[in-house]
Design a protein around this ligand. Sequence first.
Ligand code: AMP
Ligand code: ZN
Length: 484
Amino acid sequence: MVVKRTEKESKSKMKMSIFNTLTRKVEEIKPIKKGEIGMYSCGPTVYGRAHVGNMRAYIFADTLRRVLEYYGYKVKHVMNITDVGHLTSDADSGEDKMQKSAREERLSAWDISKKYTELFFEDEKELNIIRPSVVCNATDHIKEQIELIKSLEKKGYTYKTSDGIYFDTAKFKKYGDLAKLNIEGLQAGKRIDVGEKKNKTDFALWKFSGEDEKRDMEWESPWGKGFPGWHIECSAMSMRYLGDNFDIHTGGIDHIPIHHTNEIAQSESSTGKKFVNYWVHSEFLVLGEQEKMSKSLGNVINLDTIKEKGFTPMDYRYLCLGVQYRKRLIFGEDVLKSAANSMQRLRNKIIEIKEENPKKIELSKLSSESKKYLEEFKESVFNDLNTPKALAVMWNMLSDNEISNSEKYNLILDFERVLGLGLDKIKREEIKIDNKLQKLLDKREEFRKQKKWQEADKIRDEILAEGYVILDTGEGPKLEKSGK
Ligand code: AMP
Ligand code: ZN
């Protein structure tokens, strides 16, 4: 006899797991407080427009939050805005990125912060990223940062140099565990250039304003006028909003060896407790084999660049979901185009389903075939956020003739909670086709009839350049506006 699992049983059996950088293992998530998750994400440094690589990190954090909520957790998601202290070099030298940008754009650092924070949230909105429960600026939490430095000072972890107050990493025994840093190897480089620092890995907690330096952002402190180091803000604000020990901390992989390593050192030295239970890091978006996309390399592409090429922010989100967060995303117009095609097919399919007026069906009342897909979808996303597999499950479900359109539509609405592709808002838009467009469409149809696919594709690109995507429906080709 086949024993059918009830909904409740199968939910209690399914576990949610994620790769923890701390242990280098995929681990089951066990929250500190039953049913709740506290999650902190390192936010943007608002000295310039975020590029699509940066946005991959935030789409990932958003997806993780959505999956946690889909699992049933109540999530408190905190994200910071770095608006002071992030220097052009991670080794505590160079200029403050905010001040540098202010000088270049002839604005104050405060205006730079406002300008790029607004742009960042516009991008987030376009990418359908749910706004974190708390968004906190470093400059609004100077007091908390000073308090934290004072507690480290009291415990003997700090020392003073001519340019600031530093953390003595030799005093924190577990320093570098997260990144599995070879501390001895690193310290061997000490002779090269440590300046007044005691150890190569020591980092600034508070930097003094230079004597001749004109800074827009500076504050009084027990050690002198200046500004906080970059790492201290994330320790101070995450603990302020989530407590000394919380569940999940996210960020890009570049943060493992320095920023997050230093956050752990500061926080654990101050509280004597474990700081974070699960460290979750997203891989980089690269251009070609190894080339990193970064503002300093000057090879950045932002959301506007993508839109100018006729793609939509949702095409980009689809592309991100198609690559598991722990894999490098090799970015290029070809992969974006393939994501756009998939989005177009998806829109097409959903419009087709919606035209049959699908009924609302409770998930528990779905047919066993549909439930199988629902279970597979959950298994994929609850297992280390396997979004490419979840997309494959969605496509298999959509092309399964055993399932009614109503069931398909209800499953799509459920999957949308995780995917965030705006699938719940898709609807047919009537487009007025002018002469020029009609001629292009006719020409393309002609080529398609003659099976001249390359020529037909070329015309599709021309139409895309005009701002429209073609939906090939059962009733012939239809146009939809691109860039939404
Ligand atoms: P930043 O504004 O420089 O502090 O970076 C914001 C976030 O973007 C951090 O989590 C970085 O790890 C991440 N990041 C930076 N460059 C890339 C990239 N090329 N691909 C993916 N993530 C990136
Ligand atoms: Zn941070």
